[in-house]
Design a protein around this ligand. Structure first.
Ligand SMILES: [Zn+2]
Length: 370
């Protein structure tokens, strides 16, 4: 996803707008004001736009309500959402970790579509009661329809759509096997995306509708989402049961703090496969230097900059305990955007965990099916 702006917080959850959202907001407003409302009602141009903008805003409020439903149920189950973002395809609630029980996932996944169904019912009720006011009737009528579509689309059993998550939780509940449930749900996600793409192509060729493109687009989007979610799940799953001690690297090349970057590059840097160096002052480790930090030093300053100047001092390194779970360390690194953590026992540095190494470690486990 691209860049986004934070608007504030709802129920304590940061609420963000992705830049791509503005495109879809304009698209829906134009669609409503130039096509949907003019085909059903005889108003002045100003009212088409006014009701169009209001309806569009309320539509996105409905999408936020859907995501909030997921997030608030998650929070009650001990899985807090980090943020809610509106983007091109709707909304997304960023949840830090996966549910540890099938019933938790079932409740969280079902909450969104249930909220959309409830909203559809409420808007439909208002539209029935407001027959005297065409503007309100048009607005609520369309919102009832679109919330219904939202609920139905999200309940398609293709992982990682809500319906796919419901499917996974049910298989998980029945079989007791989380990975098997994820595999089956992911297969259904692939299946649904193939159907969307195939359906899109058929619409495009047989009927010449541009709507076909929309389905193809959605199909590809769902496919890549399913693939990415599956990868993350297997990666996380493979790390279970391992601690910091198991995954850390103990023997990083050491470099004295007075060495210049130029000397480092000409010396050990090119021949080592290590992504990280320990910077020392005599026997003492005073900091760490990653490949990334070396790259950030401009070439013309290589002669003037020492490793001690480019490093992260020990006191600024994020520390973890040797017994900390590898999975929670990875989650923390993702959350805080960390490239490296130090493993410390009784105040003494005993190892380091670069993020890349942790990913490689779990990939190797997966290859060996351990
Ligand atoms: Zn949802």
């Amino acid at each position: 996803m691209g860049k986004s702006i934070q608007l504030g917080k709802i129920f304590g959850i940061p609420f963000r707008l992705d830049y791509s959202w503005f495109l879809i907001f304009i698209f829906i407003t134009v669609l409503l004001s130039l096509s949907v409302f003019p085909s059903g009602y005889d108003w002045s141009t100003g009212y088409y736009w006014l009701v169009g903008i209001a309806t569009s805003l309320l539509f996105f409020a409905s999408v936020v309500a859907h995501e909030l439903a997921h997030s608030l149920v998650g929070r009650r189950e001990g899985i807090p959402a980090k943020s809610i973002t509106l983007f091109f395809f709707g909304g997304i609630a960023h949840i830090g970790k996966e549910a540890s029980r099938p019933t938790t996932e079932l409740r969280m996944a079902a909450a969104g579509p249930l909220c959309s169904i409830a909203l559809a019912g409420i808007f439909y009720g208002i539209s029935l009661l407001s027959s005297g006011n065409e503007y309100v009737a048009a607005l609520t009528g369309w919102l009832a329809f679109i919330n219904g579509i939202l609920a139905i689309f999200n309940m398609i059993p293709g992982f990682p759509l809500d319906g796919g998550r419901v499917l996974r939780s049910i298989i998980w509940l029945v079989t007791g096997n989380y990975m098997r449930a994820t595999r089956i749900a992911t297969m259904s996600g692939y299946g649904v995306s193939y159907l969307l793409i195939l359906g899109g192509i058929i619409i495009l060729i047989l009927m010449g509708w541009l709507d076909g493109l929309w389905f193809i687009f959605l199909g590809f989007f769902l496919y890549s989402a399913a693939r990415m979610t599956y990868r993350q799940t297997t990666l996380r799953e493979s790390l279970k049961g391992f601690t910091a001690q198991d995954v850390m690297t103990r023997d990083f090349p050491r470099v004295p703090r007075h060495l210049t970057i130029m000397e480092l590059v000409n010396g050990t840097l090119l021949t080592t496969s290590s992504q990280c160096f320990l910077v020392t002052d005599g026997e003492r480790v005073v900091g760490s230097l990653t490949m990334q930090q070396v790259k950030e030093v401009h070439r013309e300053y290589w002669d003037l900059t020492t490793t001690g100047q480019a490093m992260t001092p020990v006191e600024n390194l994020k520390m973890v305990q040797p017994s900390d779970e590898a999975l929670s360390i990875l989650e923390r690194m993702d959350e805080e955007n960390l490239e490296l953590v130090a493993v410390v026992r009784e105040g003494r540095l005993i190892g380091m965990i670069p993020r890349d190494d942790l990913i490689r470690f779990s990939q190797r486990l997966r290859e060996l099916k351990m």
